[in-house]
Design a protein around this ligand. Structure first.
Ligand SMILES: *Cc1c(COP(=O)(O)O)cnc(C)c1O
Length: 404
């Protein structure tokens, strides 16, 4: 028996466990202090009333022989697929067919699992800093090569997202096969404009690449930035899109998302749609009926209104963090189209040094930018997913300590 040795190459100390450990240790040493967490990438507000109501109804259906349901269809019930197609695509002028939508238990699994349908010889390009799932699953699949002395995997194409380029990745010098993109992105919290995305779609079409587009934060877009990559001409020929109800409707504990694989996406005569359908039918058994009814309710009139109010609550937090810390003399990015604020740490400090400083002086927990990749060094991510009053309290403490 041999293990998959690629797993040994994956970064072992997971960023968020280190953050949690430091917080726990501080709290144990200072039991009288109240620590405020602006580090969590998880929602905190309860589910919308319309969602709860739909679930209660679905539970009752499961309790009666006439309406009981067993295994769901692998790719989702028609009612939810239709709701997705109409609301997320048709309403925005995008023609996506029902059989191009695959319901799942969330975007995280799909973003990783999608690698099953591609050759392990493919070269992957990834933004830096980045949501760790794209890189770690690339490593597990054996596409990364070994880690060099510089801490970077030899076979991965890193695309730094730096302030001088408005945190947008630049087209890579070496041509990749697979390009992971996520906008509005995590951790920086910036959206890509239509022009920016057009540049990537044209590049992928010209170079025969596939774009894996994570649109988990589209609900936070407040300007004209595209919510879907398919708003760009030609994207159906080069892009797979991942969506999630997690941040859109507070479903992080419910588990539901979907992946779009257009029929036009075809390489050497093979539709990727057929491969993903085969993969899902074999390795995935569908989303629970109750959860699918819950997701459907997100698209009802009441559901849209209620989830919109929850998003607005987080957006108010994001705005407050951005404005408050900018007033205190910090340089901040993100927030406008995202629940994240990307904060430049004070000169002379590393991300982790500022993390420790903030914890000990303000009892506020952030996430060090360097934990998301080399180019995240010098930044700290604060999230808007907390309670409003606590968020204001945290901003106040930071102002008192660091304010100019
Ligand atoms: C939160 C998040 C997701 C959502 O993942 P789920 O598995 O659907 O909860 C996807 N992508 C990014 C970048 C995220 O931050």
């Amino acid at each position: 028996m041999k293990i998959n040795e690629n797993f040994l190459k994956v970064e072992s100390s997971y960023l968020f466990s280190t953050v949690a450990k430091k917080q726990r240790e501080y709290q144990q040493a200072h039991p009288d202090k109240e620590v405020i967490r602006l580090s969590i990438g998880d929602v905190t507000q309860p589910l919308a009333g319309a969602v709860i109501e739909a679930m209660h109804k679905a539970v009752d259906e499961m309790g009666s022989a006439e309406t009981f349901r067993g295994y769901p269809p692998e790719y989702g019930y028609d009612f939810i697929i239709e709701a997705v197609r109409k609301n997320d695509y048709e309403a925005r002028g995008i023609d996506i067919k029902a059989d191009e939508i695959f319901l799942s238990d969330g975007a995280k699994s799909d973003c990783g699992n999608i690698g099953d349908i591609f050759s392990t010889d493919n070269k992957v390009a990834i933004c830096d800093p980045v949501y760790p799932v794209y890189l770690d699953t690339t490593v597990m699949a054996g596409r990364s090569g070994d880690k060099g002395e510089d801490g970077l995997y030899k076979n991965v194409i890193y695309m730094p997202c730096l302030r001088e380029n408005n945190f947008m990745p630049q087209l890579p010098e070496e041509t990749p096969d697979i390009i992971y993109l996520c906008f509005p992105n995590n951790p920086i919290g910036v959206a890509a404009s239509k022009d920016e995305l057009t540049k990537w779609v044209n590049y992928a079409l010209k170079n025969n690449c596939v774009i894996l587009y994570d649109s988990a934060y589209e609900a936070f877009i407040t300007d004209y930035s595209p919510k879907s990559i398919y708003e760009i001409d030609g994207a159906k020929k080069c892009a797979i899109e991942f969506r999630s109800f997690s941040k859109t409707a507070g479903f992080t504990g419910m588990r539901c998302g979907y992946t779009v694989v257009p029929h036009e996406l075809c390489f050497y005569g093979t539709e990727l749609n057929a491969l993903w359908a085969r993969r899902q039918a074999t390795k995935f058994n569908g989303v629970s009926y109750i959860t699918q009814r819950a997701a459907e309710a997100v698209y009802s009139e009441e559901g849209k209104k209620q989830t919109g109010e929850i998003i607005a609550y987080y957006q108010r937090n994001a705005r407050a963090i951005y404005d408050g810390l900018t007033a205190a003399g910090f340089t901040c990015f993100g927030a406008v189209n995202s629940p994240y604020v990307w904060l430049e740490v004070p000169a002379g400090m590393t991300s982790w040094e500022f993390f420790d400083d903030l914890l000990s002086k303000c009892q506020v927990v952030g996430t060090p930018g360097s934990g998301f990749g080399k180019s995240g060094e010098g930044y700290l991510r604060l999230t808007a997913f907390g309670n409003y009053e606590k968020t204001l309290e945290a901003i106040d403490r930071i102002k008192r300590v660091y304010g100019k």
